[in-house]
Design a protein around this ligand. Structure first.
Ligand code: ZN
Length: 473
């Protein structure tokens, strides 16, 4: 028996028949090896599916001894190839969290929930709701992404402006380290000022320092009043002005502030069934606004700010949802954009952030820069403008060959990211580095910053077996 076969036998004995999918299992293993959009197809000896943190630790220990790499994977919905295994110098296995699905406890009085890494995000939200509380992390893939992946990638989504990124929602973690030991840091404390905040090292580390197996998460009071509005605006400058006005008037009640340019709304309505534009006329820019809280008066605030904005020429028109269904119909426009973009042909994507004060100048400057290279490009600029994160995706000129268009990917990325970095922004606001953005990381981060990251990597994973080929080259 070869060394690898030995390891496989050992893991299979440990986890039982449900706990191992081998390379010979063909169709069963394929989804674990493929990045969602088909950008990467990885390879692995197999997929380990432990059902407890202890089992996960054992698997890592076995792999560490044999020099086999371990790529942790949650729902495999990431957009930068971080969860797909690559055997570089080490053969690799996938360690899937899809059987680590227990909700261990809810402490309603402490407003915390402790869940295993494989719990689907929507199920965390549901469990919180059943306890009369809110888990605010919310994003497009919430029906299939898993909380361990959300934390490992420090997921963002639509409520970051109010509740922060995934990082801000964690009080404690349980982590399997590279040598197979378990760090039990599952504390539910809002104050714990006792040395290095180790949990933050593993959040956003994409499984390169250790594997998150469980987390204690913050819950919040559940808003009883939600008001949703769609505003039509002359441009992105006015959309950011309106955000400032709403944030000032509504204070902490702004739950989401998403922008969409006309092209984004147009393709969403054209390509995705049931999505419709509530305005009779077309407008250059739209903002989707959600206020939520425990007190009445939010609707009046929204009405007053929008009426004043229309008077001042900041907005052209606005509709406030009369009921939940209408609010959902506004959100449906926003949520349809990624799918609509796929149907509109090739799209070159950027997930960037800049300071709020520079969102409008960024979009203008980047649009002009790309227009100069390839006239006819169609920017689909949308996203979380309330926290400065824009999905600046560029659809191909009409009639152009898709493959010929996608050859511009690297060049467009470099031009857009150069502008972003000049403005003090980020070339990856919420999707992470994974495999896709390693080049950008080396291009834009200082030597000092890369050195610090490498020092951490060496300290926590000296043999380089935790998700190799991700973040670092
Ligand atoms: Zn997003």
């Amino acid at each position: 028996m070869s060394a690898n076969e030995n390891v496989i036998t050992h893991i299979r004995d440990l986890l039982g028949p449900k706990g191992w999918i081998g390379a010979e299992d063909g169709p069963a293993i394929a989804p674990y090896l493929r990045e969602e959009r088909g950008l990467y197809i990885g390879s692995a000896l197999g997929v380990a599916r432990p059902s407890s943190a202890d089992e996960a630790a054992h698997v890592v220990e076995i792999c560490a001894e044999a020099g086999i790499a371990v790529t942790a994977q949650g729902g495999n919905t990431g957009l930068v190839g971080g969860g797909v295994p690559f055997s570089g110098e080490h053969p690799a296995i996938v360690l899937s969290s899809d059987r680590l699905t227990r909700i261990r406890s809810i402490d309603a009085a402490n407003r915390t929930i402790t869940v295993e890494a494989g719990v689907i995000l929507a199920d965390v939200q549901k469990a919180a709701a059943e306890a009369g509380l809110l888990f605010p992390l919310s994003l497009g893939a919430e029906g299939s992404c898993r909380i361990g992946g959300n934390l490992s990638t420090n997921a963002g989504g639509v409520h970051v402006l109010r509740y922060g990124n995934a990082r801000d929602l964690v009080l404690g973690l349980e982590v399997v380290l590279a040598d197979g030991r378990v760090w039990d840091g599952l504390r539910g404390l809002r104050k714990d000022n006792t040395g290095y905040d180790l949990k933050q090292l593993f959040i956003g580390a994409e499984g390169t320092l250790g594997i998150i197996t469980a987390a204690t998460l913050k819950l919040y009071p559940r808003p009883t009043v939600v008001e949703t509005a769609l505003a039509a605006l002359p441009g992105i400058t006015e959309a950011m002005e309106l955000f400032g006005r709403i944030a000032e008037a509504a204070g902490g009640a702004v739950n989401a502030y998403e922008v969409m340019n006309r092209f984004a709304v147009d393709i969403a309505c054209r390509h995705v069934e049931g999505v419709r534009d509530p305005f009779a006329e077309t407008h250059p820019q739209y903002a989707l606004i959600e206020l939520a809280g425990q007190t009445d008066g939010l609707r009046e605030t929204l009405e007053r700010v929008l009426a004043q904005a229309i008077d001042d020429g900041v907005a052209v028109d606005a509709v406030i949802a009369e009921n939940i269904a209408q609010g959902e119909a506004f959100w449906a426009i926003r949520e349809a954009i990624p799918e609509a973009q796929k149907r509109e042909g090739g799209s070159i994507k950027h997930d960037v952030s800049v300071p709020l004060s520079l969102v409008a100048p960024f979009i203008d400057k980047a649009t002009q820069a790309l227009e100069a290279v390839l006239p006819g490009i169609r920017p689909c600029a949308f996203g979380h403008a309330g926290d400065g994160n824009i999905h600046f995706n560029i659809s191909q000129p009409q009639g152009m060959d898709k493959d010929a268009y996608l050859e511009h990917w690297q060049d467009f990325n470099a031009r857009v990211h150069d502008i972003v970095m000049e403005m003090g922004g980020s070339f990856s606001a919420e999707h992470g580095i994974g495999r896709l953005k390693r080049g950008d990381m080396y291009r834009y981060k200082s030597d000092v910053e890369i050195d610090l990251m490498r020092a951490l990597k060496r300290a926590l994973d000296p043999d380089g077996i935790m998700n190799p080929g991700k973040i670092f080259q």
